[in-house]
Design a protein around this ligand. Structure first.
Ligand SMILES: [Ca+2]
Ligand SMILES: [Ca+2]
Length: 230
């Protein structure tokens, strides 16, 4: 039996961490309401779901994008502090991306959405995570999203520059929440537990680097195999 040396794996994992950005939400975050009127901008908490009588709410947040310094986004996660769940709300809360903006301000008329995951077909809206917050789970704690690095990268690719804001939304996953059944989420006006977007950048190998590695590997293998056969 002949065994070829296994030296493939080390060549394929050479991402180098460059910087970590812990971005606090902008205090212009705001509850977008189903009636198209959104007066609450300075509140330290927002009611996602049945925010008041016959009115539902979704929290729209803004995070100022950093200068990546030529690096790539290797990780990006949103952390949300759930204060409480009011009146045994049984729906869950989904995470959506709403692109990027130069100024942190909501569109009171159009930004609200409540409904099943990934059914908001509005232009510029992307479903990012089903049930980031779920009924029956612990309160008075942070919940962290899945890695949304590809979505953050997409914003830069679409033209966002450092100083622009990525816009994210927490929506109830029912079209009509019962009155006063809601998730109370800390906003950026909560000094202790604001929403956070944590971005990690790093150097991702260029495809050409992979190609070179692969080419060198093939040559190396051919060389080794020739030697083995002698
Ligand atoms: Ca606010
Ligand atoms: Ca859901």
């Amino acid at each position: 039996m002949r065994y070829l040396p296994l030296f493939v794996a080390p060549l394929l994992s050479v991402t180098v961490q460059a910087a970590v950005f812990n971005i606090t939400g902008n205090s212009n975050d705001q509850l977008a309401q189903s009636n198209g009127v959104s007066p609450w901008i300075g509140q330290p908490a927002a009611r996602v779901g049945g925010s008041s009588t016959d009115i539902d709410g979704a929290l729209v947040m803004f995070f100022q994008l950093p200068d990546l310094g030529g690096e790539s986004v290797t990780s990006a996660t949103l952390s949300i502090y759930l204060n409480s769940i009011a009146n045994n709300a049984t729906f869950n809360v989904d995470l959506y991306g709403m692109g990027y903006t130069a100024t942190a301000s909501i569109d009171a008329v159009n930004d609200f959405f409540g409904g099943p995951y990934d059914t908001d077909l509005s232009a510029g809206v992307t479903a990012l995570q089903d049930d980031l917050l779920a009924s029956g789970t612990g309160v008075a704690q942070y919940y962290t999203s899945i890695n949304i690095a590809s979505y953050i990268t997409e914003q830069y690719e679409n033209g966002a520059v450092a100083g622009d804001f990525v816009k994210l939304r927490l929506s109830p996953d029912v079209a009509d929440s019962s009155n006063y059944r809601y998730y109370e989420v800390a906003t950026a006006n909560d000094g202790a537990n604001p929403p956070m977007l944590d971005i990690v950048t790093g150097t991702v190998p260029e495809p050409s680097a992979y190609a070179l590695s692969a080419g060198a590997l093939v040559l190396g293998l051919a060389f080794v195999m020739r030697r083995w056969q002698w």
